[in-house]
Design a protein around this ligand. Structure first.
Ligand SMILES: Cc1ncc(COP(=O)(O)O)c(C=O)c1O
Length: 303
């Protein structure tokens, strides 16, 4: 497996191990940073890598920097080039997972808004071992952060505390991962993935107001489902709807599209990955890797 050699920090390509930030910088001391996790997929026919939905990730990052009131944030052009450059310069011979992070580099107080710094890194990331067989998930007693406290819409580095606690608890309890409910007790999402269920042939996903991250993959699934003629609804989802769902899956850039076959130790449907889930998984794989001609606008070639 390939290894990361180069990281781009504040526009400079440097050896991966030499990236530095002061431990007392506001980004580290208070977790004041926003980031994106992206993937570049290798297409064997063309021998090329393409970054999936780069523009949508940059848009979400810009929205996060605006909400966080960063001073003089790096431009979209600079960040786009940083992402493409870090993939290009690492010369991966396979898929790459990319982290793009913008943080307050200054030493200062909690409300310091700049100067900001940024890094783009690329590394290999294996596919979930449960990609074909399905995950066992447990509904957590930790709840999802809320828009009036730590806006989940912002992909902020500090936003992962509850998700981490839920993940650790889920693993201690023998699950692969957790599902978090909102403060109102409705289904929100998994620690780093959005959730879909299938009921009576209809795909359902918690609405944007269910304290989800506005996931790029969730949007991709909504578009693909529509194109496959699968009816979709974004709405409030109850915990017990998970128990009576015919199918369930999680989706996110890192996790991709993974079936869920057990929830709170109850089988989902017949306990096997469902047919609509696997159809969508195949459609997702084709569109991210570019083995279909559909949606070329979603793939930015690394040249
Ligand atoms: C909390 C959270 N929810 C959902 C997702 C999925 O988002 P995306 O599809 O944009 O990767 C992520 C991605 O890492 C995440 O961190």
């Amino acid at each position: 497996m390939w290894k990361p050699r180069i990281i781009v920090q504040n526009g400079r390509s440097i050896p991966f191990d030499e990236a530095r930030i002061h431990p007392l910088s506001v980004g580290t001391a208070y977790g004041i940073g926003v980031f994106e996790g992206l993937r570049a997929y290798y297409n064997a026919a063309t021998g090329r890598l393409s970054v999936f939905r780069l523009e949508e990730h940059l848009t979400r990052l810009e929205q996060g920097m605006k909400i966080m009131r960063f001073d003089d944030p790096p431009s979209r052009e600079v960040l786009r080039e940083g992402v493409l450059r870090v993939v290009r310069e690492n010369e991966p011979d396979d898929d790459a997972y990319i982290r793009l992070q913008v943080h307050i580099e200054a030493l200062g107080m909690m409300a310091t808004t700049g100067p900001v710094g940024w890094v783009a890194g690329a590394m290999p990331r294996e596919r979930s071992p449960k990609f074909r067989t399905g995950l066992s998930v447990g509904v957590s007693s930790w709840t999802r952060i809320a828009d009036d406290a730590m806006p989940p819409r912002v992909k902020a580095t500090a936003n992962y505390h509850a998700a981490r606690l839920a993940t650790l608890q889920a693993k201690a309890d023998g699950y692969d991962t957790a599902i978090l409910l909102t403060q109102q007790g409705k289904v929100s999402e998994a620690p780093s993935a959005c959730l879909f269920i299938v009921r009576n042939g209809r795909l359902i996903t918690p609405a944007r107001s269910s304290d989800i991250l506005e996931s790029v993959t969730r949007d991709t699934v909504l578009v693909l489902a529509d194109e496959l003629g699968i009816p979709v609804r974004e709405e409030t989802v109850d915990r017990t709807e998970l128990y009576v769902a015919d199918e369930m899956f999680l989706c996110g850039t890192g996790q991709e599209l993974v079936p869920v076959t057990q929830v709170d130790r109850l089988p989902v449907g017949n306990g096997q990955p469902g047919p609509l889930t696997m159809r969508l998984q195949a459609a997702y794989e084709a569109v991210v890797r570019g083995t279909t001609d559909a949606h070329p606008e979603w793939r930015t070639p690394v040249t």
